[in-house]
Design a protein around this ligand. Structure first.
Ligand SMILES: [Fe+2]
Ligand SMILES: [Fe+2]
Length: 404
């Protein structure tokens, strides 16, 4: 159903059709045709226009087919050897915090697409929580969050980039206000995409040169979108501006090399690229699994990314992060439940028995040399959601551990 949608003048995007503005007598000649130049925003603003009304065909309920929910099989039972048990309370607290922060962040950003302000103080609180939690237990928190990062929405992407950037930033010695700025830049790094036409953002095929150029302007647009918020400092805007710059000068928007790129931006670039590879985007048309994404980042050490920061990144990510689904040499599927720092190829896994997937056993691969990990599985290849299984396992263990 078509309707008129009111949006803020700074939220106008290329391709939108403006049919009306909030002031009478404004000499604007582009009514009723798709906007081809964002320069008009400035003239509208100069005439005191705050809001415009755009033609919208997409309001109302969409008839999209939702992907099938992948839930835990009914009657699932978990078998645990006492000596292999995990600290379910700690793991569960981290997953719950991630879920809560995701809700808070999504809510704070809700106004953005309707031309309203975002809730900057609430967003800053989300960053403080992440910095605090990351201090406490960086590894658990990062890995859990990143494995949940398969979700395709922008807010989850922002949150995961933030979490990953804060942990990596801390590990390479960034602290205090600079760490907080890095976290905030991580959350909001792609906010400039609200000014890039949706058809470009959603395009499944290769982008044309023109479309790629439009997409590559999003770090610059971020400054325009965020400049009205006093709580968001220029330092944050500068980190965001450089999040796609590369150490070898092949990045954008300025194409500068390592010596002129801020350290937090170098950290953010790695966190961003890693998370982008895990989900579909025009830059990476094929979603990678964790292992392949880490390998790809590693291959660019000393080129796109600063070598010593990449080294730290690889060491904090490990080989099989928590939540990774793997196929096992006995034909079963496993979900990594706890990494083994001294021997990363042999984590603790939740093994779903081949013949009875609702019979799930916690197995320490270190003490079961006969079972080997064959390869990491992509979440899209599975008919289960590894995180549902993982969370359901944690719940059952908490019930047991609290009782004890
Ligand atoms: Fe991004
Ligand atoms: Fe970006």
């Amino acid at each position: 159903m078509a309707s008129l949608k009111r949006i803020g003048v700074w939220d106008i995007q290329l391709g939108m059709v403006i049919v009306k503005c909030d002031k009478a007598g404004v000499p604007f000649n582009e009514y009723g045709r798709p906007l081809t130049n964002l320069g008009y925003i400035h003239s509208l603003h100069d005439y005191g226009v705050e809001y415009v009304y755009i033609w919208s065909e997409q309001d109302g309920p969409k008839d999209e087919k939702k992907p099938e929910e992948k839930t835990v099989p009914k009657g699932t039972e978990f078998k645990v050897n006492k000596e292999d048990d995990v600290n379910a309370i700690l793991l569960s607290a981290a997953t719950e915090l991630v879920t809560m922060l995701k809700e808070n962040f999504t809510e704070s950003m809700a106004g953005l697409k309707m031309g309203k302000a975002i809730d900057a103080p609430a967003i800053i609180n989300v960053v403080s929580d992440i910095v605090f939690m990351s201090n406490d237990n960086p590894e658990v928190f990062t890995k859990i969050a990143l494995n949940e990062g398969m979700s395709k929405d922008d807010y989850t992407h922002g949150l995961n980039v933030c979490i990953n950037a804060v942990s990596l930033g801390q590990a390479v010695g960034i602290k205090g206000k600079e760490l907080h700025d890095l976290g905030l830049a991580g959350l909001l790094h792609d906010i400039g995409k609200v000014r890039v036409p949706e058809q470009i953002l959603n395009k499944k095929a290769n982008l044309s040169d023109y479309e790629m150029a439009a997409l590559k302007r999003h770090p610059e647009y971020a400054g325009q979108v965020l400049q009205r918020y006093n709580d968001i400092s220029e330092d944050v805007l500068n980190i965001i501006y450089q999040h796609h710059e590369c150490c070898d000068g092949t990045g954008y928007p300025s194409g500068i090399n390592a010596q002129y790129i801020l350290k937090p931006s170098k950290v953010l670039a790695i966190a961003e690229a890693y998370n982008t590879m895990l989900m579909y985007s025009p830059e990476y048309p094929r979603a990678f699994n964790n292992t392949d994404a880490i390998k790809k980042i590693y291959a660019e050490a000393g080129k796109k990314y600063q070598a010593d920061i990449v080294k730290t990144f690889v060491s904090i990510m490990g080989v099989y992060p928590v939540g990774t689904a793997v196929s096992l040499s006995n034909g079963s599927i496993g979900i990594v439940c706890e990494t083994n720092k001294m021997d990363q190829a042999h984590p603790k896994i939740l093994m779903m028995h081949k013949d009875n997937p609702s019979n799930i056993e916690l197995v320490n691969l270190k003490t079961h040399p006969n079972i080997k990990i064959v390869k990491e599985l992509n979440n899209t290849e599975l008919n289960i959601n590894p995180f549902e299984i993982f969370n359901s396992f944690l719940k059952s263990r908490i019930a047991y551990q609290v009782e004890k």
